[in-house]
Design a protein around this ligand. Structure first.
Ligand code: ADP
Ligand code: MG
Length: 355
């Protein structure tokens, strides 16, 4: 857990970068920090690993003041990923990943196993890539290594400062997916800086919107979009035409094959590994069937926004839901399909945006 209490930062030239900043980042949370250029995002991050010292106020990790930590231990325990990651050019990928584990005096075998495990997590074959040099990688691959290197020694906290903003849209989308997947597995406390509201809402458990050194609103993506606190928040979100506001039927229409009729069910004509919505032969929703087990579900109306539907999944154990238009069952949605849709929209949008 990271806590900022009444933190101020004024640089020696008089720039007031951060003003009375109060924020708690929970254990295991991914907090997306967003706001216009110069609003103080990088300053906030650098204060967490003490690359910048606050002028007033205190920052705590797990209830202990940063000043009371040994600075080396503090930094080893905080992974840091930058926009332009700097891999050591003369070292192999494996050696790059091993830097912090070696400082922490991990055994060679343990470090090697860790490097392999992390490479697999981001879909890069260890036997091929661990031996390569940074110059042999694409921009997207190098950035993946930057993320892995930051995670290598199993830090408790991960700071990511616009880690994907220099990448092409496709690499960027791939890495966003990696981060979502990684976060499900590793559950680190992550502070993720971005200037892209879609990236912030897609990745963040909560989004912290800043302006001129101050917090304007900290909320879940759903709340930020549905209940913007003021016109600044509204304008920051509004003109993005967020894919979150799209109705679910665009996703549901693609997955009618997940509707299983009673007859097909009784005759065993389904894949027991898959999730289905079981319907009567005349199209009434009966229940969900997941791994062969039946589960009660409530239908989602076809005009519900993707944003709200993601919220519904958060409160459920079912991973599939029926979508109805009036009384009619028109398709099904899974949380994964919603996320895949959002990611695909971000790619198109980033393709249009010139940075
Ligand atoms: P962001 O990451 O949101 O773009 P920064 O935290 O980098 O914002 O900067 C916040 C403000 O502090 C800006 O006005 C910037 O010009 C200023 N600033 C950043 N670093 C320094 C520095 N080392 N000395 C003086 N001013 C700085
Ligand atoms: Mg910055």
């Amino acid at each position: 857990m990271i806590e900022f209490r009444n933190v101020h930062k004024t640089y020696p030239d008089g720039t007031e970068a951060i003003k009375d900043f109060n924020l708690t980042v929970m254990e295991g949370e991914l907090l997306a920090l967003i706001g216009p250029s110069g609003c103080g995002k990088t300053t906030t991050m650098k204060m967490i690993n003490r690359l910048v010292e606050p002028t007033a106020g205190d920052i705590y990790i797990d209830g202990k003041k940063l000043k009371d930590y040994n600075i080396h231990e503090l930094r080893w325990n905080i992974g840091y990923v930058l926009q332009q990651i700097a891999l050591f050019p003369h070292m192999t990928i494996e050696e790059n990943i091993a830097v912090v584990p070696e400082m922490k005096k991990w055994k060679k075998k343990q470090t090697h196993e860790r490097a392999k495990e992390l490479m697999q997590m981001v879909g890069m074959e260890p036997s091929i890539y661990l031996k390569k040099k940074p110059s042999e990688l694409s921009g997207g691959q190098a950035q993946r290594i930057g993320v892995i290197r930051a995670l290598a020694a199993d830090p408790q906290i991960l700071l990511m400062d616009e880690p994907f903003s220099a990448l092409d849209p496709i690499s960027r989308e791939g890495l966003q997916k990696d981060i979502r997947k990684l976060q499900q597995q590793i559950k680190k406390t992550i502070v993720f800086v971005t200037h892209d509201i879609d990236e912030a809402t897609a990745l963040g458990d909560r989004v912290c919107l800043m302006n001129a050194g101050e917090i304007v609103q900290v909320d879940t993506p759903q709340k930020l979009i549905l209940e913007p606190r003021d016109s600044f928040v509204r304008s920051f979100i509004g003109d993005k035409q967020s894919p979150w506001q799209t109705a679910v039927d665009i996703v549901a229409a693609q997955s009618v094959s997940r509707i299983l009729t009673q007859t097909a069910y009784e005759e065993g004509e389904f894949d027991s590994e898959q999730s289905y919505i079981l319907s009567s032969d005349d199209g009434q929703v009966l229940c969900a069937v997941e791994h062969g087990k039946q589960q009660h579900v409530t239908a989602i109306p076809n005009d519900m926004s993707i944003l709200e539907a993601v919220g519904v999944f958060e409160e459920l154990t079912a991973s599939i839901l029926p979508v109805t238009k009036g009384e009619e069952l028109i398709g099904t949605i899974t949380q994964q399909e919603l996320l895949t849709y959002l990611a695909s929209k971000m790619e198109v949008k980033n393709g249009v945006v010139t940075q």
